[in-house]
Design a protein around this ligand. Structure first.
Ligand code: FES
Ligand code: FES
Length: 155
C-alpha cells in the first residue's frame, strides 16, 4: 500500500508491504540502522522511535501505521560529526557501553525532554522504564539524561 509520512524531517511517499513491521521497514527499506531489534516483543525498548512526538516500540507497529505520521529516529537527531546534545550527553556521562540499547534510550530521552525539559529522577526513571540496558547499570543513564537537560537548557 502507498503511504505518506515525514521521516527525520523529509517527506516520503512509498509503497510498503502492509504486514511488514515498522522496525523492519525502517532498518531494511530506509537503512536506519540505529533502530535495533532486541526482544521483538515490546519489552526492551531497543527499537524505540518517536512517532508524532511519542516514544513507541517500532517492533510493535506495522509500517502501514506510519501513514500520515511524523517519525524521528536517532539519525534524525544527529550523527557522529554533528551529534545532538542528548547523544553527546550519553557519551560524556558514561551512559553508553556496548551501545546496542543507546539509540532507544536516546529517543525515549528526546520524547521526555521535549515534554518535560527538567525532569526529576523519578520522572526520568518512569520515562525510561520501557528501555533495558544490560551493560551500564541505570545510574549513568540517569546522569546522561540530566546532563542532556543541562546542555539543552544552556544552548
Ligand atoms: Fe522492540 Fe524490544 S525490539 S521492544
Ligand atoms: Fe550495552 Fe546498554 S550499553 S545494552
Amino acid at each position: 500500500m502507498m503511504i505518506e509520512f515525514i521521516l527525520n524531517g523529509t517527506p516520503h511517499k512509498l509503497d510498503v508491504e502492509p504486514e511488514k513491521r515498522a522496525l523492519d521497514f525502517l532498518r531494511d527499506d530506509m537503512s536506519l540502522k540505529s533502530v535495533k531489534e532486541g526482544c521483538g516483543e515490546g519489552e526492551c525498548g531497543a527499537c524505540t522511535i518517536i512517532v508524532d512526538k511519542k516514544a513507541v516500540c517500532s517492533c510493535m507497529m506495522l509500517a502501514s501505521e506510519l501513514e500520515g505520521k511524523e517519525i524521528l529516529t536517532s539519525e534524525g537527531l544527529g550523527n557522529s560529526e554533528n551529534p545532538h546534545p542528548i547523544q553527546q550527553a550519553y557519551v560524556k556521562a558514561g551512559g553508553v557501553q556496548c551501545g546496542f540499547c543507546t539509540p532507544g534510550f536516546v529517543m525515549s530521552t528526546k520524547a521526555l525532554l521535549d515534554e518535560n525539559p527538567n525532569p526529576s529522577d523519578a520522572e526520568i526513571k518512569k520515562a525510561l522504564e520501557g528501555n533495558l540496558c544490560r551493560c551500564t547499570g541505570y545510574e549513568k543513564i540517569i546522569d546522561s539524561v540530566k546532563l542532556a537537560s543541562e546542555m539543552i537548557a544552556s544552548e
